[in-house]
Design a protein. Structure first.
Length: 325
């Protein structure tokens, strides 16, 4: 009920009468009154004037599922949201949920993670109320080896959402990070449960540094936030909602094509170090190549000094720009 009341108040710049709310939502005045009070408790400032109704004055920057749902314009992304103040890891949570019952686009989102993780169990710093720590699940009707491409689909959707909401230009560090300048602002962790030939589900975890003003010493040189980069605080639910819209669009193109041909050009426009020298690092070896783009399977294409083109598969190696990222 709260999210419907909130959505109606948001749609109107003026007062919405209690009668209109009751009529449109087919509930009693008491139900509306309760929903308004509960929104106020959650930090929404709502003006109530006798004979005129209710007017939304301001919204808190909360990730409450109603706040997100009232902004979502998606068909299936985030239609079921689980919201947590604190959780170990939203990726772990969505896996636990998907094992019991899989719902396409099911989303878990937390204000804080205690065991946020990156690839190879690396720690992902997820402090309270300043970032977006979320995971969701999909089940593409594709063979398991194609699942890693969803990381690239996700990266493109996140970069587009950030640009739309904040105006900030980001770049994608193939395959799974998003950077501003030479610092990481977003990390993506894709995990899969599969049989030999079918995918049970894929969990996509996204960490976005939104409003933090500083980072712990060990991340100071590596990480940034949208606030640090752009100078203004950003409403997190707007980014979640925009992301959902872009993700659905690009994911559906990807599923239809069965590869990245439909989004390759857009992805490449945002590829950091495109046409620049990079090191390909594998164990102790470090080889210099020029990054030229991706192929339709999401592999990175690099060129050697003789003009020979090689394909690099995600997961095998790490890529570093010669100057910074
Ligand atoms: P990654 O392995 O590419 O990056 C992890 C590395 O990034 C760490 O070793 C550290 O150097 C650096 N790092 C840690 N925290 C941050 C941060 N907040 N900002 C910038 N750099 C950082 C990237 O893995 C994938 C991260 C996915 C995180 C999401 S959050 C929601 C979901 N739940 C979960 O447990 N993981 C995902």
């Amino acid at each position: 009920m709260r999210e419907h009341v909130l959505a109606m108040l948001k749609e109107s710049d003026d007062f919405v009468s209690g009668q209109e709310l009751c009529g449109k939502l087919s509930v009693s005045r008491t139900a509306i009154w309760k929903a308004i009070n509960s929104l106020k408790e959650a930090g929404y400032v709502i003006e109530a004037v006798r004979n005129r109704g209710y007017r939304l004055v301001s919204c808190p920057d909360v990730l409450l599922s109603d706040e997100i749902q009232s902004r979502l314009e998606t068909k299936w992304f985030g239609r079921k949201i689980s919201y947590f103040d604190v959780i170990d890891s939203t990726n772990s949570e969505i896996k636990r949920q998907a094992e019991k019952e899989f719902i396409p686009g099911m989303l878990a989102i937390a204000e804080k993670q205690t065991l946020g993780r990156g690839r190879k169990e690396r720690h992902w710093e997820s402090p309270a109320k300043t970032g977006i720590w979320m995971s969701f699940a999909v089940k593409p009707d594709l063979p398991p080896y194609k699942a890693s491409m969803i990381t690239l689909v996700t990266a493109l959707a996140v970069a587009k959402a950030i640009k739309d909401v904040t105006g900030l230009n980001t770049e994608i560090k193939w395959p799974n990070d998003i950077v501003i300048g030479s610092r990481k602002v977003v990390g993506i962790l894709t995990e899969m449960s599969a049989e030999m030939t079918t995918i049970n589900y894929v969990v996509i975890g996204i960490g976005i540094n939104v409003n933090m003003e500083s980072f712990p010493a060990e991340l100071e040189d590596k990480a940034t936030s949208l606030y640090i980069a752009g100078g203004t605080k950003v409403r997190r639910s707007s980014i979640v909602a925009k992301f959902g819209k872009y993700f659905e669009k690009y994911y559906e193109i990807f599923c239809k094509d069965g590869n990245l041909s439909g989004i390759k050009d857009e992805y490449e426009k945002l590829l950091v170090n495109r046409n620049k020298e990079v090191y390909i690092i594998e164990g102790d070896s470090r080889i210099k190549r020029v990054a030229i783009g991706i192929d339709t399977d999401g592999e990175l294409l690099v060129k050697d000094d003789n003009g020979n083109i090689e394909k690099i598969m995600a997961g095998e190696v790490s890529i570093r720009g010669i100057y910074g990222y």
